[in-house]
Design a binder for this molecule. Structure first.
Ligand code: GUN
Ligand code: FE
Length: 449
């Protein structure tokens, strides 16, 4: 009797579950039961033929089973591998300038406002709630240079129950906004303080991530310092790379001793198997080989890449180079905080590449579904913990209903689970995401609504 040794069962779902595995982009599990223990881990996934003996074995009541309807399914929570929480206030605006001008004109003046903790509290509360409602069970956040506001973002992610990596941004060079940059020593001391104070909170699912903004914002000595801090504390690292061509040229002039943009990060020990770099639109095959060798990941941010005219990442080529890849919204360069949008823009970009070159092998919706879930968990090196439905992993999941009243999806006779998933990915929105779970805890609907 497993009940003697196993943890207590907290939830049991019965119905259709869809997820990805490393071998199969889309696996559809029909007529199954899935149990979650009281530590938030997946205890079992079985065919539902003998629910009575399962219930005896695991010690749950069959009357407690949550039965999914015909138009419902569970899927893994989505992983937003790159989002600027601090830019959420102007999401949906300010998309008329290329990257470097965009940063100095819109971004840095707004980010400077986060020394005001009331402003930070308002925006950070809204971005955590919005992304959770949209199905991002995990988010890898950039905050700002301000340690206290960055700690507040961690506190809010924990409070609302989102799994998060939170980065206090570091930048000691090349800001055209005088009130928005730090000295080299401030960067180091405040990064140390941020990491120490965030770890001291012992949040179960919120961790710090070392965050040099990008090479043009950082001195060589700062980059080295941050590489050492990440190494000594075994921390994640996030930054930006090769987003637009002007930036790539700028990095060449700023770091003349380095062979490539990738070489800049490599030389400063910032490419590890816990590194995620946003964009990478203009990386060469040689640079992708370095990503593969170091185990570093790319966050593909297609909405942003198109919205501020940065470039189009060839995801197929990245995957062919065996580089880990997840999707990111890149709010506010990307105008949507929804990972469903990131899925759609990923498909659009792949199709635009096929229009340019008919030899290009277009991504399928199943592959992109995997990138938004399991791929994201791999990119953040969390795939031993989340990303799909495997016994022992944390239960991070969305309950999806494609048939909500006045919802965005119409169904027609004979449509099976694969078509239903495809319609959700292309047409669905937060109205269809009726419940969200992170580590077994139900976090949507919010307790206060
Ligand atoms: N590169 C450096 N900083 C940023 C940022 O805030 N957004 C984007 N899209 N690219 C960047
Ligand atoms: Fe970004």
């Amino acid at each position: 009797n497993q009940n003697d040794t196993a943890a207590r069962i907290a939830h049991v779902f019965r119905g259709t579950f869809v997820h990805s595995t490393p071998r199969t982009a889309l696996e559809i599990l029909q007529d199954c039961v899935l149990g979650v223990d009281d530590e938030g881990k997946i205890a079992f996934i079985e065919k539902d033929q003998d629910v009575v003996s399962l219930s005896k074995m695991w010690g749950f009541k069959t009357s407690d089973i949550k039965q999914l309807g015909q138009y419902e399914f569970l899927m893994p929570g989505m992983v937003d591998t790159h989002i600027h929480a601090s830019q959420y206030s102007y999401t949906g605006t300010a998309l008329d300038l290329p990257l470097l001008e965009w940063l100095n004109t819109y971004t840095f003046p707004v980010e400077a406002k986060y020394k005001d903790l009331d402003f930070a509290n308002d925006v950070y509360t809204k971005v955590v709630r919005r992304t959770l409602k949209n199905g991002s069970t995990t988010a890898c956040y950039f905050a700002t240079i301000h340690t206290d506001a960055s700690l507040l973002l961690g506190e809010l992610a924990d409070k609302f129950g989102q799994r998060a990596l939170v980065g206090k941004v570091c930048m000691d060079c090349n800001s055209a906004v005088p009130q928005y940059k730090e000295s080299h020593s401030e960067c180091k001391e405040e990064t140390d303080r941020f990491i120490k104070e965030l770890l001291k909170k012992k949040y179960l699912n919120v961790k710090p991530v070392v965050t040099p903004r990008f090479a043009p914002s950082c001195s060589s000595s700062l980059l080295s310092e941050l590489g050492a801090i990440a190494y000594n504390n075994k921390l994640h690292i996030q930054s930006h790379i090769s987003e637009n061509k002007e930036e790539v040229e700028l990095v060449k002039t700023l770091f003349p001793g380095c062979k490539s943009y990738t070489d800049v990060y490599l030389k400063h020990n910032l490419l590890t198997d816990r590194t995620v770099m946003a964009h990478g639109c203009h990386l060469t095959d040689e640079e992708l080989e370095i990503f593969c060798e170091t185990g570093s990941a790319i966050s593909h941010c297609p909405n942003s890449n198109i919205s501020i005219c940065s470039g189009m990442l060839n995801v197929r080529n990245v995957l062919n180079h065996k580089v880990k890849l997840g999707l990111g919204t890149d709010v506010a360069g990307g105008y949507s905080p929804s990972m469903l949008d990131a899925i759609r823009r990923t498909l659009d970009t792949s199709k635009a590449l096929t229009i340019q070159d008919p030899q290009h092998e277009t991504l399928s919706f199943e592959e992109v579904f995997r990138l938004a879930t399991l791929g994201g968990s791999e990119a953040l090196s969390l795939d031993d913990q989340i990303g799909n439905f495997v016994v022992g992993k944390d239960f991070d999941a969305l309950r999806v209903n494609v048939c909500v009243p006045d919802g965005p999806i119409d169904l027609f006779p004979g449509e099976g689970p694969k078509v239903i998933l495809e319609k959700f990915l292309n047409l669905g929105d937060d109205r269809n995401i009726t419940e969200v779970y992170v580590a077994g805890r139900q976090v949507v609907p919010f307790p206060d609504t």
